[in-house]
Unconditional design. Structure first.
Length: 143
């Protein structure tokens, strides 16, 4: 029985990473579909303009939609758990990699520089993860 952490952010690449993890997991493995959220502080506002509970609920709904898209009605695969954490994506995934057997991320997420081969989070986790890392390439973007 293995634990596989997958970074999920709603991007096409993250969905492909989750699909890869599910396809390669054994039936008794646990896949942790992990979403990190962070709202940078504003220099002009004294109080945040968001409710953390609302952000976490939206994140949970997003992860559930992605999981449904990946597995559909298939109940024979590995157990998939949604994990929602507050913090920077790279740091959350590194912390989740501690004790995991594998960390899976897409090559790009929702970041700004689309032409780069690896995004900042995937680059960060490759260098800092505490377990093996798989970076799933976006073959459609490479074409």
């Amino acid at each position: 029985m293995q634990t596989i952490v997958v970074g999920v952010d709603g991007s096409r690449q993250a969905t492909k990473a989750l699909q890869w993890a599910v396809d390669h997991a054994q039936a008794d493995d646990t896949v942790l579909a992990t979403y990190a959220w962070h709202v940078p502080p504003s220099e002009t506002l004294e109080a945040p303009i968001y409710n953390p509970a609302d952000v976490e609920l939206e994140a949970l709904q997003l992860v559930r939609r992605v999981v449904e898209e990946v597995i559909g009605d298939d109940t024979a695969g590995p157990k998939i758990e949604a994990v929602i954490e507050h913090g920077h994506s790279g740091r959350v995934l590194i912390d989740a990699s501690d004790g995991a057997d594998l960390l899976v991320v897409g090559s790009r997420g929702h970041g700004g520089f689309v032409g780069l081969l690896l995004g900042s989070v995937s680059t960060y986790v490759v260098h800092h993860a505490r377990c093996p890392v798989v970076v799933v390439p976006d073959r459609e973007a490479a074409s």
